[in-house]
Design a protein around this ligand. Structure first.
Ligand code: GLN
Length: 474
């Protein structure tokens, strides 16, 4: 059931909050052994909160009131584990909540658990977790995507009604696409990053993973808005849920299809699926136009220089003193740092720290980091130009459908390349959404991506809902 459906059932008195919590934990019991969507669960706390919330239930309550929600394990939760899928944070419990968590709680949400993820949000398959891989609920031999693997899998397997993920270069959108659910990366600055464990600070954004566009909009409008605790959060007005969808069926957008996103490497079933979406929008009266984003070819290189550079700096704080895990058997302080980081970080995280440290080192800084920043600007300018002509840009989310567990883990570069369609919106700071459109011949989900102008999430929701409710099955 969606947030909207559960909310309406609460108001009508058809189901109680405790019953919904029971159902979710029932599903968790049935499927969690094979899916591995969660790192930690808080069943007793959730049941207690449900009983408390029931006492004050009334029709005025917000949509999230009494809704069981899963939170990615790199988002700080007071008195709940926050491991980032890493050994180095074993046992760490933040003394405070991320701003997004407080906003969910203030609106009556129930946090049921913390979801599995690629370590420190580095990865696209959910396989780089200290806690073992997450599996795709549609077929457990396949990856659910990553890095928000557990959040997407939990929603798809009905182990949560909705979830929060984080997206640095696609980590909400790509797993949403692989699991057949909706995932939104808001505009950079839209949602407070206070309490989100930093990976690439100039790219990271928290966003919803849900079963419907409406639900995504509910969470978006709840968690967005300026936060004095995050100086990069933007003071832009946040549309409320009614405003977002008012008259959405009658609005006709102009949609651009960029040539650079439909090249040879694109899997034929993904290509067909996304082009079908364009046709359906056109039939519904949208104007479809071919466009060009010429600097797309640099996006992967630029992203992997900037993200790793920022990561190498952000991850310096894990030293065995301040948080979580500390290695045993050391003689000197230096040895303690070294052993802790050697044993605490997994291979992918180490690879990124090495790459980033290299890119930032004196002598290479100009050649790599500075050039990457210049190319990042060009990528942003491509979008600025395109959005003078069109309102939305339609693309695939990932060049392939979900792949098999183990298929790419030994080849990091092939995994990096699979981020080609999602890193661009991250580099440009744009809002982008992943929406399920169809399935492969073997029944695995395929999603499409819509991008919009900065702070225009509203158009993503309006076009998305039109597709979901009126075009998808037409
Ligand atoms: N897959 C990309 C990476 O590995 C994106 C990760 C993310 O968005 N957190 O960096």
């Amino acid at each position: 059931m969606t947030i909207k459906e559960i909310h309406e059932s609460y108001i009508k008195g058809e189901i109680s909050i405790s019953e919904v919590v029971d159902r979710v934990f029932e599903n968790i019991k049935n499927r969690e052994n094979e899916i591995n969507a969660y790192i930690s669960l808080y069943e007793d706390e959730a049941r207690e909160r449900a009983v408390d919330l029931e006492k004050n239930l009334n029709p005025e309550k917000p949509y999230l009131y009494g809704i069981p929600i899963a939170v990615k394990d790199n988002i700080s939760t007071k008195d709940m584990d926050t491991t980032c899928g890493s050994r180095i944070l074993l046992g760490y419990r933040p003394p405070y909540n991320a701003t997004v968590v407080n906003r969910l709680l203030e609106n009556g949400a129930i946090i049921i658990g913390k979801t599995n993820m690629d370590e420190f949000a580095m990865g696209s398959s959910g396989e780089h977790s200290y806690f073992g891989p997450t599996r795709n609920p549609h077929n457990i031999d396949y990856v659910p995507g990553g890095s928000s693997s557990g959040s997407a899998a939990a929603v798809a397997a009905d182990e949560a009604v909705a979830a929060l993920g984080s997206d640095t270069g696609g980590s909400i959108r790509q797993p949403a696409s692989f699991c057949g659910v909706v995932g939104l990366k808001p505009t950079y600055g839209r949602v407070s990053r206070y309490g989100l464990v930093a990976f690439g600070s100039s790219l990271d954004q928290i966003g919803p993973i849900t079963k419907s566009i409406f639900d995504a909009a509910v969470i978006f409008s709840t968690i967005s808005g300026i936060d004095p605790k995050d100086s990069t959060s933007a003071d832009a007005p946040v549309p409320d849920i009614n405003e977002i969808f008012q008259g959405y069926e009658d609005q006709k957008y102009k949609v651009g299809i960029p040539d650079e996103y439909f090249t040879e490497g694109l899997h034929p079933e993904v290509k067909d699926g996304v082009l079908q979406v364009a046709k359906k929008f056109e039939k519904a009266g949208y104007e479809i136009e071919r466009i060009s984003l010429p600097h797309t070819e640099y996006a992967i290189s630029v992203y992997y220089i900037i993200a790793t550079s920022e990561a190498s700096s952000n991850l310096a704080r894990y030293d065995g003193v301040r948080y979580g895990f500390r290695a045993r058997d050391f003689r000197t302080l230096d040895e303690m740092y070294k052993k802790t980081r050697t044993e605490g970080f997994g291979d992918e995280v180490k690879r990124r720290i090495l790459l980033g440290t290299f890119a930032l080192s004196a002598g290479y800084y100009d050649a790599y980091y500075l050039n990457a920043q210049k190319a990042r600007r060009l990528i942003r300018q491509d979008f600025d130009r395109a959005f003078k002509k069109v309102d939305l840009i339609l693309t695939p989310v990932s060049p392939t459908p979900p792949f098999k567990i183990g298929e790419k883990i030994t080849d990091p570069v092939s995994l990096y390349l699979s981020d080609v369609f999602t890193v661009t919106a991250s580099l440009a700071g744009l809002p982008a959404i992943s929406i399920p459109c169809c399935k492969t011949s073997s029944g695995l989900p395929i999603g499409f991506q819509l991008m919009a102008r900065p702070f225009d999430e509203k158009s993503l929701f309006r076009a998305g809902r039109l597709f979901e409710e009126h075009l998808k099955d037409g």
